[in-house]
Ligand binder design. Structure first.
Ligand code: HEM
Ligand SMILES: *[C@@H]1O[C@H](CO)[C@@H](O)[C@H](O)[C@H]1NC(C)=O
Ligand SMILES: *[C@@H]1O[C@H](CO)[C@@H](O)[C@H](O)[C@H]1NC(C)=O
Ligand SMILES: *[C@@H]1O[C@H](CO)[C@@H](O)[C@H](O)[C@H]1NC(C)=O
Ligand SMILES: *[C@@H]1O[C@H](CO)[C@@H](O)[C@H](O)[C@H]1NC(C)=O
Length: 338
């Protein structure tokens, strides 16, 4: 009886929360995050999370890109609070917004969460699981951690498709817009360039860049009317991958590796490609249009410099508007608020 009532109340609460967009209490600073936050409360937490992630990535290497991008989307929308994982009864959560194309891996997050709930009920947040999954899945290739993850995030209770639209930068964005979008999250020019290196793994859908390949100026209507920022052989390669935009401007089913030849390998090839004018999106190519950014692209031709720089920038990304201390909650299940 009481249980049924409580269940109903929490459903009502969830509905209220889902519609109360913008009422979240994001704390601006990263105070409360630290290395090995769960050392005492759940010493095995990071090992358990890694074991599940590595097991799943071993069977599907594409998952690394999914989790890296999931972490980016989570952090840019309401801060790193696992809001990207929430389901909405009315399909108005972040995951329902258009920029979600190819967001995936939610089932793996649920599996990690289930394992952690079994070991240490109510202790490890879904927001930390997302941060760990990004690190662990990308690191699988090297069998060692590529970066350190600070933990201690707590979970938010609100997720909104409109906030995803308002906060996820578009692939058509030019440099000043991207810089402004990153600045509004407390990230700088260096972070923008370095984190764009996430595009060294994974795929992009043709409709998001085909305007660069076909009828670019709209004046010539011929296959060579391509974005001059693309190197011609690469443009030809992409034209061959995507259905011709003249007949099918919305080829939203074909995907192309963003780093052809090593799209499963997390390395600095993105910057080698970029320098050769082989950035797939306008948002990639535009990094060469700013002198300071282009300088950083030059430095990142060195793999060692890239790995070091990525460690620092992804740490900063993981601090965006986190909930810590007694803010937010530790969700029992990652796709619903408690
Ligand atoms: C600078 C602004 C950024 C823009 C405009 C952008 C845009 C995009 C777009 C449009 C896609 C393709 C989605 C699809 O077609 O399914 C994509 C994929 C991806 N992005 Fe970004 N992104 C940005 C920054 C980042 C950052 C900071 C990271 C992480 C560090 C990241 C990681 C990824 C990954 C791993 C994929 C591949 C996903 C997959 O294979 O499913 N991106 N991005
Ligand atoms: C992404 O959004 C579309 C609607 O735009 C929705 O149909 C789809 O289920 C969403 N994907 C995920 C993973 O939730
Ligand atoms: C990015 O920045 C531009 C310029 O400040 C702004 O108009 C736009 O709304 C921002 N977009 C996102 C997704 O943050
Ligand atoms: C090419 O672009 C121009 C200008 O946007 C448009 O008028 C024309 O219809 C386009 N051609 C095709 C074949 O889509
Ligand atoms: C892809 O495009 C088709 C036709 O324009 C549209 O009906 C469909 O919803 C789109 N799918 C996605 C995932 O955007």
């Amino acid at each position: 009886m009481a249980k049924g009532f409580m269940g109903m109340m929490s459903l009502v609460l969830a509905l209220v929360v889902f519609s109360a967009v913008g009422v979240g209490t994001a704390s601006a600073q990263a105070a409360g995050l630290k290395k090995e936050f769960y050392k005492k409360s759940c010493p095995q937490a990071e090992d358990i999370a890694r074991k599940v992630a590595w097991g799943r990535v071993a069977g599907n290497r594409e998952l690394a890109a999914k989790f890296l991008r999931m972490f980016f989307h989570d952090c840019f929308v309401r801060g790193c609070d696992a809001s990207v994982l929430l389901d909405s009864p009315t399909n108005t959560a972040e995951k329902n917004a258009a920029p979600n194309l190819s967001l995936a891996g939610f089932d793996v997050i649920d599996e990690v969460k289930a394992a952690l709930e079994q070991a240490c009920p109510g202790v490890v947040s879904c927001a930390d699981i997302v941060a760990l999954a990004a690190r662990d899945s990308v690191s699988f290739q090297y069998k060692k951690n590529l970066w350190e993850v600070e933990t201690g995030r707590r979970d938010g209770t609100v997720s909104s498709d409109q906030m995803a639209l308002d906060n996820i930068p578009a692939p058509t964005s030019t440099f000043d817009i991207l810089l402004s979008n990153f600045s509004s999250k407390g990230l700088g020019l260096q972070d923008l360039v370095v984190l764009s290196g996430g595009h060294t793994i994974g795929v992009g859908h043709c409709n998001l860049f085909s305007s660069r390949l076909f009828n670019f100026t709209g004046k010539k209507n011929n296959p060579s009317d391509v974005d001059p920022a693309l190197n011609p052989p690469y443009a030809k390669f992409l034209q061959g991958q995507c259905r011709r935009n003249l007949q099918d401007p919305n080829d939203n089913t074909t995907v192309v590796p963003m780093d052809p030849g090593s799209s499963l390998s997390f390395d600095n090839h993105y910057f080698v490609n970029l320098k050769a004018h082989q950035g797939i999106f306008t948002s990639d190519a535009t990094l060469l249009t700013n002198g300071r950014a282009a300088n950083i692209v030059d430095k990142l031709q060195d793999p060692g410099v890239f790995f070091d720089a990525f460690k620092n920038s992804i740490k900063r990304m993981g601090q965006i508007d986190v909930l810590t201390g007694t803010n937010g909650q530790i969700r029992k299940k990652c796709n619903v608020v408690n």
